[in-house]
Write a new protein. Structure first.
Length: 247
């Protein structure tokens, strides 16, 4: 028996990278998964992989930076599924630039995609969580939200904002059987970190005590822990998965 038998999860940004690894890990433990991504083909590819694991899957293209699209997607998923146990807000982007050159549009798109989307999804599923008296919210932050990073003022602000959002939701919803936590990855090998130059990569590796980049499965296993029965008594926490980069 899997840890999540009979449960249903919603994962944003499930089309690639960490979101795909998270969706497949939750499915491997018995959960059905609604796979949301900006690109329909990517969402559907992950959904098919979930079905190949023997679980139910739904796929939907949604731009999480568009509030109307988020609300429509959340409503449609709730019509198509009987329950929602787990919400993983994972979709995220970077638009890097040094402070003096960063455009306001790059600030807005990162905050809208990484932070406002999480507020909208949490809000959209809260009534259902409360009714079920069960819900697990896992927001994907970043080590950068805790320690900052030159050239990522917008991204760091969005990820720090997720921590405040998560802790407030944890306090508001605890009495209803709902937990909310942040997973804060360090540098994990995905398309996002694939953009790093060799020089940037070796400079980063020097700062990581465990000496390597992480694997998407490292994040997926941590999300599974927070979404599953062993984390019953864990809420409002930021769990770093970063090879010791921030400590
Ligand atoms: P990738 O760039 O590899 O994948 C991002 C995923 O998010 C894709 O599936 C993409 O959709 C989706 N996405 C992006 N923008 C939108 C949008 N507007 N609407 C809907 N979906 C969207 O990123 P990672 O897997 O590396 O990152 C996942 C999360 O983890 C992000 O929040 C990121 O900030 C965080 N993180 C990653 C780290 C790393 O080292 N990789 C480190 C710290 C945090 P599509 O496939 O359809 O294009």
């Amino acid at each position: 028996m899997g840890l999540l038998e009979g449960q249903t999860a919603v994962v944003t940004g499930a089309g690639r990278g960490l979101g795909r690894a998270i969706a497949l890990r939750l499915a491997a433990e018995g959960a059905g998964v609604a796979c949301l991504s900006r690109t329909a083909a990517n969402a559907e590819r992950t959904a098919q992989a979930v079905r190949d694991l023997g679980q139910q899957a739904w796929s939907r293209a949604v731009d999480v930076a568009d509030p109307e699209a988020v609300n429509q997607a959340a409503a449609a998923i709730q019509q198509e599924t009987e329950r929602t146990d787990i919400l993983v807000n994972n979709a995220g982007i970077t638009r890097d630039g040094l402070l003096l050159r960063l455009k306001e549009s790059d600030w807005n798109s990162v905050l809208d995609t990484n932070l406002r989307s999480a507020f909208l999804f949490v809000k959209a599923f809260t009534r259902r969580f409360m009714k079920q008296r069960h819900g697990r919210i896992v927001n994907i932050g970043s080590v950068v939200g805790q320690i900052g990073n030159p050239g990522q003022i917008n991204y760091a602000a969005s990820k720090a904002g997720l921590i405040g959002l998560t802790k407030s939701a944890a306090r508001e919803l605890a009495s209803r059987g709902v937990t909310a936590n942040v997973v804060a990855p360090g540098f994990i090998a995905t398309d996002m970190t694939g953009q790093l130059t060799e020089d940037q990569r070796s400079a980063i590796l020097e700062r990581i005590p465990l000496g390597t980049l992480g694997d998407p499965e490292d994040i997926a296993q941590t999300v599974l822990f927070l979404a599953g029965p062993h984390a019953r008594y864990v809420t409002g926490q930021v769990l770093g998965v970063d090879g010791g980069l921030a400590m």
